[in-house]
Design a binder for this molecule. Structure first.
Ligand code: BG6
Length: 469
């Protein structure tokens, strides 16, 4: 048995997102977000689930924070709901701002460091009616929202993330059709991606003015795409394309002030350049202090044309539902690794490779640290009569990924913390309540919370600053 001890000060935390846990969607002045609207579309979300009640965190917040404290969380990464604090794109809502202010007080009262994410996908529906992220104006509205959040919390919150996973809120949402607003238009996907990056850059610059000593960053989601057949030029090119759209489309502008040349070539003629205005790339490259990394799984990809691939074309002639803009024929295929309850491949060493690569190519040269801001797994949980879940599969998943983080650190990556996704079972977007990621079980009938074996494992690892395996 080896003990993997983390560097002193390594931050142990857990994460959630507003729409996934809060509920109370029409209380105290909150209005629809694009996710409320999307949930009403037949077939959009598994079982027709929605966020109306979710984990009822809006009403149970003090108890939830007390539980975080019992479980030894050092930091809590949560998102603020734009639709709660500025429901109509008009007035800010004092009750909405107050909720987050109380949350921050509660966390600080328990010695837990608040880590705020400003955008985890719940755009106010009022903004979507003007085009949402396809409209450049949304980026300017985002800056106003960031300013308001800083006004409400900036005296107590020091760590700010602008966006969570812009790949999801652009390509998967406006081109893939799988997330709100559920569009399937490649041009929209690309414009949303650019405007999200612009919003990130402008908000970072503004927050820097307001809070020169704050820690500012963004969280990007990543894949580690391996060619299914490394000797096949088509598969190697498929892996390059997926890496380009998933990883480099977002990181290159942020760290290098330009979209990658090969990605621009892949996207030629699809309209990205129409969204880019003079000066945008400089704004997007506004320096950040920390990069948040979300990693769930690796994948093997192939570009070999196959008889079962047929692009889905809608009546208007547009491609339907594929986030791999410009590379729609690339497919992710099983290579026989064990999978989670969502069929996501379990590949901890992919996390080591990812972190080392990010450090070497992006964050290391800029002198900034990495944090794993999300990692975790949906598992087929079974609760006993007391509601306890002995989720040894999730314990193994989290432990193996922590060992992978440790390996990355040993290889020189500057990784300063790990946030397990998620603190509690919640509304898993298109999967509804079907999939459970929490280290705390939520009984949705009673709203009772029960820490799982993985929560106890995580508590011990955090308190000892090490894992064994
Ligand atoms: C991440 C998101 O992409 O994946 C989380 O940031 C999400 O919000 C998690 O819950 C799991 O994905 P999904 O699609 O199962 O909800």
């Amino acid at each position: 048995m080896t003990t993997y001890t983390f560097p002193e000060g390594f931050l142990w935390g857990s994460a959630t997102a507003a729409f996934q846990i809060e509920g109370a969607v029409h209380e105290d002045g909150r209005r629809d977000s694009i996710w409320d609207v999307f949930c009403r579309e037949p077939g959009a979300v598994a079982n027709g689930d929605d966020g109306t009640v979710a984990c009822d965190h809006y009403h149970r917040m003090p108890d939830d924070v007390a539980l975080m404290s019992e479980l030894g969380l050092q930091s809590y990464r949560f998102s603020t709901s734009w639709a709660r604090v500025r429901p109509d794109d008009d007035q800010f809502n004092p009750a909405g701002l107050d909720f987050y202010s109380r949350l921050v007080d509660e966390l600080l009262g328990h010695g837990i460091t608040p880590w705020v994410t400003l955008y985890h996908w719940d755009l106010p529906a009022a903004l979507q009616s003007n085009g949402g992220w396809t409209n450049r104006d949304t980026a300017y509205r985002f800056v106003e929202y960031a300013e308001a959040m800083h006004g409400a919390l900036g005296d107590r919150v020091n760590i700010w993330t602008t966006l969570n996973e812009p790949w999801c809120s652009s390509f998967l949402s406006y081109a893939g059709g799988e997330h709100a607003p559920g569009h399937a238009d490649r041009r929209e996907g690309l414009h949303a991606g650019h405007h999200l990056l612009l919003a990130h850059g402008m908000a970072t610059a503004r927050l820097r003015e307001l809070a020169p000593s704050a820690t500012l960053g963004i969280t990007t989601n990543h894949t580690v795409a391996d060619p299914l057949d490394p000797s096949s030029p088509t598969d190697v090119d498929a892996a390059r394309r997926i890496d380009g759209m998933f990883n480099r489309f977002f990181l290159d502008p942020i760290f290098r002030g330009a979209y990658p040349a090969d990605v621009l070539e892949d996207l030629a003629g699809l309209g990205l350049e129409d969204a880019i205005q003079p000066g945008d790339m400089e704004i997007i490259a506004t320096p950040i202090d920390v990069l948040g990394v979300n990693y769930y799984h690796g994948e093997a990809v192939t570009g070999t044309p196959s008889s079962d691939y047929a692009p889905v074309v809608g009546p208007d002639g547009r491609l339907r539902g594929n986030p791999n803009i410009g590379s729609e024929w690339v497919r992710s295929v099983s290579r026989g690794l064990p999978v989670t309850d969502q069929d996501w491949e379990i590949q901890p060493e992919g996390l080591t490779r990812l972190l080392v690569r990010l450090h070497e190519e992006y964050t290391g040269p800029a002198g900034i640290p990495l944090y794993v801001t999300e990692n975790g797994a949906a598992m087929p949980d079974v609760a006993d009569e007391e509601g306890f879940v002995d989720d040894q599969d999730r314990v193994a998943f989290v432990r193996d990924h922590l060992v992978a983080v440790h390996d990355a650190i040993s290889h020189g990556a500057d990784v300063r913390g790990y946030f397990v996704w998620s603190f509690m079972d919640n509304f898993e977007w298109a999967w509804g309540y079907d999939k459970r990621f929490g280290i705390v079980r939520v009984d949705y009938e009673t709203q009772h919370r029960t820490p799982k074996a993985s929560a106890l494992f995580f508590r011990d690892a955090a308190s000892e600053n090490c894992v064994r395996g």
